[in-house]
Write a protein that binds this ligand. Structure first.
Ligand code: KIV
Length: 278
């Protein structure tokens, strides 16, 4: 039975019916295909590709062209899953016109169905214009890695009354501006629960506890593939870094002792033909 493509209407319906939304990041064709085949609802081509794919220390250096390149590859692997493309640092903050143009590039140049951007009231005007252009938007509140130098550190956001109220006000502003979902990153469980109750649109948590409408993780973290330290909120479902390292060691050993390639990996030819060449 072929499943339908996940749409914004489907995500809204899942929130209304209390069905958890699943989201994972992916940055290339092969992993996107595995994510899609696992039935994950949404694939986020996050600007976290700066860290996990390109080896930068922050998400700040990644460009629109980097993003487009990876979003195209992911879209080739995504069947039913909705592909959400992350607007990178400085692609939407300078002016509303630039925000709309860059969001539009994802829909024009790739098969992504939605974009994500970080921030609250200060970007609500840009969100409204992007939505008015017919582009579905996911918001992102709490720990917003593009503002790392302003936040000072990767730490839990919204812990005191003022910060918690600001986060709720920002969430309301994003909903009013037209987002169909909001990522909540590194937020206390009870604050994420409150935001989830206040909003009509789905909340998708990462380090925001179990009461969000959905969950997202960076795929390299949850597969144990990223060589650097992962945050406390990551659950490692496998340890691919160690598994891959063991496989590579085995390959090196077999090549060095000439046990690979074996006959099953090699091609035969007639010895008579071979005898005629010199
Ligand atoms: O870039 C990213 O992967 C993200 C997730 C952490 C939500 O924004």
């Amino acid at each position: 039975m072929s499943k339908d493509k996940v749409t914004t209407a489907a995500i809204r319906r899942m929130k209304a019916e209390g069905k958890p939304v699943t989201m994972l990041t992916a940055y290339d064709y092969s992993l996107a295909k595995i994510v899609d085949e696992a039935g994950i609802d949404m694939i986020l081509v996050g600007d976290s590709l700066a860290n996990v794919m390109l080896g930068y220390d922050s998400t700040l250096p990644v460009t629109m062209d980097d993003m487009i390149h990876h979003v195209k590859a992911v879209c080739r692997g995504a069947g039913c899953a909705m592909v959400v493309a992350d607007l990178p640092f400085l692609s939407y903050q300078v002016s509303v016109a630039e925000a709309v143009r860059n969001a539009g590039r994802f829909l024009k140049e790739t098969d992504a169905q939605a974009v994500k951007l970080e921030g609250g009231r200060e970007i609500a005007g840009a969100v409204r214009k992007i939505v008015d252009a017919g582009i579905p938007v996911v918001g992102h509140l709490g720990l917003t890695p593009q503002s790392i130098h302003q936040l000072g550190a990767f730490k839990v956001q919204g812990k005191d009354e003022q910060a918690a109220q600001k986060l709720i006000d920002d969430a309301r502003a994003l909903e009013e501006a037209g987002v169909f979902a909001v990522v909540l990153e590194c937020v206390p469980t009870l604050l994420a629960k409150k935001v989830t109750e206040v909003l009509q649109v789905a909340t998708i948590g990462i380090g925001a506890g179990p009461y969000c409408d959905g969950q997202v993780l960076v795929i390299h973290d949850m597969l144990g593939l990223y060589p650097r330290t992962s945050p406390k909120f990551v659950k490692k479902y496998v340890h691919l870094h160690a598994d891959i390292a063991a496989a590579l060691k085995q390959y090196k050993k077999e090549v060095e002792e000439r046990s690979f390639p074996g006959p099953e990996h090699s091609f035969s030819m007639s010895e008579e033909v071979l005898a005629k060449v010199y």
